[in-house]
Design a protein around this ligand. Structure first.
Ligand SMILES: [Zn+2]
Length: 69
């Protein structure tokens, strides 16, 4: 679950020290939240897109549906 944050936090991504703009909540109640900035969000989604979007046309995940995440 990704939410925009209104408080100040630093991006948690490796090697990044930007101000975080988003927060990723995990399902586990006591695990820490992961903060990340606009840049890292883009990179993250590009990475995810490359690994989870199947190439075939009859794939269950169309790029249109994924863009809404
Ligand atoms: Zn970042």
């Amino acid at each position: 679950m990704i939410r925009e944050i209104s408080y100040k936090a630093t991006c948690d991504m490796l090697g990044c020290k930007n101000e975080a703009k988003y927060c990723f909540f995990t399902r586990k109640r006591f695990s820490p939240k992961i903060h990340f900035c606009e840049n890292c969000k883009k990179e993250l989604f590009e990475e995810l897109g490359r690994s989870i979007i199947p190439r075939s046309l009859d794939a269950p995940y169309s790029p249109k549906r994924l863009s809404k995440i």
